[in-house]
Design a protein around this ligand. Structure first.
Ligand SMILES: [Zn+2]
Ligand SMILES: [Zn+2]
Length: 392
């Protein structure tokens, strides 16, 4: 299988560079999506387009079991600083997370599986928009695709990969259980009563109140949560006032919450509310709203076992390394909430250089592409051939 994937390398690189050159941010992946539709249709897939706005669902084979393989297509609003033949031609937009590689790999998997004589079941490709962002109603690409029926019909398991700038090419990392954090947003305002900067005693200064609120917010993880529960509360935006001598009426505060356990999520929401109550006891008031984002991504132990077994046959068990823990969000968690699923990190490190994700110099080592194709394609085949039976 690895040999078959390596034979596709020129095509995979061409796909990846093409997507990289013309990046599109979440829910505007019109060109990328059209290209995906074109390739998958030519490979003989049954294709449904505009699923969750710009998403694509495509199937090979028919009947049960069904395995879903997911890739994301969106880029980031970032100016690229790399000078390569495939540097972004869309000003201020860049594939700085490697989703160009994910989409290219998915097309490679489709090509290999389309050449199989007989597929004992269905491979469903989920090519999603907007992994990095939510729309105006707060839904990300995976959530929009699910609302449009992308997971209907009894999906047995769901697979995905994410390139990793920290793992060398030829290696993957994966583990069972929580693999990325759940994320919520809080939007708040500390309310006071503005007035003259020289007469603070006649005002209720919301900036002064907000200072206490922010201290309390930063105490949640360190003082209120169990130290064994991973979580983050970060204030990322704070705005108030326009003049040196005017005390404003309110301070707007925007922050992010990360967690692994639903119970911790609940507790954090409660503690954030308590932190804002400080504004009340100091004479002011507040408004607070939570926006629910994506859930934590939990890797199913049986699916992880299948991927590990397959990968160790292809690349050797010594090349499966433990993952770096983190609370980054990944909306594949929305799919793996509906079917046992797992995502692995595919080593894509550019040797001798720091190419951090979401950085203007991020890049993917193209040599990683066939490894991703081979592991996904082989895992899918083994699952279908097993009749959808997962071994403990
Ligand atoms: Zn990202
Ligand atoms: Zn990403």
């Amino acid at each position: 299988m690895l040999k078959r994937a390596i034979e596709l390398q020129d095509k995979l690189v061409a796909y990846r560079h093409d997507f990289h050159k013309f990046p599109e941010v979440g829910f505007t992946e019109f060109r990328t999506s059209a290209k995906v539709v074109e390739v998958l249709t030519a490979l003989g897939c049954k294709v449904r387009k505009n699923v969750g706005k710009t998403g694509v669902v495509a199937e090979l084979g028919e009947g049960q079991p069904i395995i879903a393989i997911r890739a994301d297509m969106d880029a980031l609003p970032l100016k690229e600083d790399n000078q390569v033949e495939y540097t972004s031609q869309n000003p201020g937009v860049m594939h700085a997370c490697g989703h160009d590689a994910h989409t290219a790999i998915l097309l490679g998997v489709a090509e290999i599986l389309s050449n199989e004589e007989h597929l004992p079941g269905t491979v469903r490709f989920l090519v999603q928009p907007a992994e990095e962002v939510a729309d105006e109603e707060g839904f990300s690409g995976a959530q929009r695709m699910i609302q449009d029926g992308a997971m209907q019909g009894g999906v047995g398991i769901a697979l995905a990969l994410h390139v990793s700038a920290h793992v060398p090419v030829g290696q993957i990392s994966i583990s069972s259980g929580p693999a990325s954090g759940g994320v919520d947003t809080f939007r708040a305002a500390v309310l006071g009563m503005g007035g003259h900067g020289a007469r603070p005693h006649e005002t209720v200064d919301p900036i002064f109140l907000a200072a206490y609120v922010i201290l309390a917010l930063n105490g949640i993880v360190s003082r209120r949560l169990n130290p064994y529960d991973p979580a983050v509360v970060s204030v990322g935006s704070i705005h108030a006032g326009n003049a040196d001598n005017v005390i404003p009426n309110q301070v707007d505060i925007l922050g992010t919450i990360r967690y692994m356990e639903p119970g911790v999520q609940k507790q954090i929401h409660k503690e954030i509310k308590k932190a804002f109550e400080v504004a009340k006891s100091l004479g002011g008031d507040y408004k607070l709203k939570f926006e629910f984002g994506t859930p934590p991504m939990i890797n199913d132990p049986k699916v992880v076992k299948l991927i590990k077994q397959t990968a160790s046959d292809l690349i050797g068990s010594e090349n499966i390394v433990p993952p770096q823990a983190g609370l980054g969000a990944e909306d594949f968690g929305c799919f793996s909430e509906l079917a046992p699923g797992a995502m692995f990190s595919l080593g894509s490190k550019v040797e001798g250089d720091e190419r951090e994700h979401h950085n203007s110099r991020f890049d993917v080592n193209d040599a990683c592409l066939p490894y991703g194709v081979a592991i996904l394609a082989e895992t899918a085949l083994r699952y279908l051939r097993s009749g959808g039976v997962l071994i403990n």
